[in-house]
Design a binder for this molecule. Structure first.
Ligand code: KG4
Ligand code: ZN
Length: 349
């Protein structure tokens, strides 16, 4: 089954063709990602209106490229899946309208995919991992632990109570003078730094449950930066190393708690989202998993950050269960995968 996926929820215009029922190593026929980093650079962050306009400009050629790379035409498609939310509404609208048009003209099923579910199901695209599994979803906008019980079936375990990990990393990178996305550069700087020079407080240390918090850590990093400015190269590397280590430590401490909070019989711990590209995090989570008799699964780097192959795959997972969406689907700027239950704080993710 040939499915076109479209992703336009943030600052990447992406399209991908997958063959859903092929063996996992042969599923992705194309995975085109056009980053808008240059457009947003002068503004120091993603500007929603610029993103929406850029998606409008780029999407047709990105789709064309995805079809050509897969060596197919629109006529060969058997379904179309698009990010329906959560995300920047202007961009989501552009993708959804394009997908609806193709679905209508070609008379093929239309699937509106939750972007977070795209990340969450990626290890099934790449490795056929079986349900249930534990998921840490850590990206620029989201940071949460979920028990993945099935397609569209998630149990909430905990999430950040303020900033997402990626968001905190991006903000500290900015304080250090680096552009978005901060993750890759902080990781690179940290390799040359001393993580012991600036001890930073471990967020929610020793607290039960697996909620996370990164806002206080970000403030602590700001105080160190201000106290030592102007920073030399070594200062920057040492701050990046201390900050990265503290984030990783916190995610690992809460991952241990999350493992103990799962109710189903899990064998795999999956880390997904852009922050899952971080090698130090992968290394330490591997240790946590070993200690708990679990296998860590992290998608390949290109499939950790935003892409359309994961959207096409999530669409395929729904389609083979007989689901599809109506062309009346309205894009959803907020679309939680699972809600906190009433014994928790009652907050939405
Ligand atoms: O999933 P994603 O591509 O987009 C969102 O949906 O947010 O995640 C982007 C986030 C950014 O905050 C970026 O700085 C972070 O992932 N990131 C990393 C790394 N690569 C990307 N964080 C830590 N280490 C990395 N190597
Ligand atoms: Zn994402």
């Amino acid at each position: 089954m040939l499915i076109l996926g479209i992703e336009t929820s943030c600052d990447e215009t992406a399209a991908s063709v997958i063959r859903g029922n092929a063996p996992h190593s042969e599923r992705i026929l194309s995975n085109i990602i056009l980053s808008q980093t240059a457009e947003h650079l002068p503004y120091g962050g993603v500007v929603p209106e610029i993103a929406a306009r850029a998606h409008l400009d780029y999407l047709p050629q990105v789709i064309e490229n995805a079809l050509q790379t897969a060596n197919i035409t629109l006529d060969d498609l058997e379904a179309i899946a698009v990010t329906g939310g959560p995300g920047l509404i202007g961009g989501v609208l552009v993708g959804v309208m394009a997908a609806k048009s193709i679905a209508m003209i070609k008379q093929i099923p239309f699937l509106a995919v939750n972007h977070l579910e795209g990340h969450a199901l990626t290890p099934r695209l790449t490795d056929d991992v079986q349900f249930p599994y534990l998921l840490l979803l850590a990206s620029g906008g989201h940071c949460q632990f979920l028990e993945v019980l099935g397609v569209g079936n998630f149990r909430f375990l905990g999430s950040t109570i303020d900033d997402a990990a990626g968001e905190a990393i991006d903000k500290v990178a900015k304080m250090l003078g680096y552009d978005y996305p901060g993750g890759p550069i902080v990781e690179k700087l940290a390799m040359m730094g001393d993580p012991n020079r600036f001890p930073l407080p471990l967020p929610l240390k020793g607290r039960p449950g697996c909620d996370l918090s990164f806002s206080g850590l970000k403030t602590a990093a700001r105080q160190v930066i201000e106290a030592h400015s102007p920073l030399c190269e070594k200062d920057i590397a040492d701050i990046a190393a201390s900050f990265q280590r503290t984030i990783v430590k916190s995610l690992c401490e809460k991952a241990r708690n999350a493992i103990h909070l799962t109710e189903s019989k899990i064998t795999h711990f999956v880390v997904a989202g852009g922050v899952a590209a971080n090698q130090l995090l992968r290394h330490h989570l591997t240790e946590v998993c070993k200690q708990n008799g679990l296998t860590l699964l992290a998608p390949p780097l290109k499939l950790c950050t935003d892409n359309a192959a994961m959207i096409a795959w999530a669409g395929f997972e729904h389609l083979r269960l007989g689901h599809q969406d109506s062309l009346d689907f309205a894009p959803r700027p907020r679309w939680p995968l699972a809600e906190r239950n009433s014994q928790q704080t009652g907050m939405q993710i």
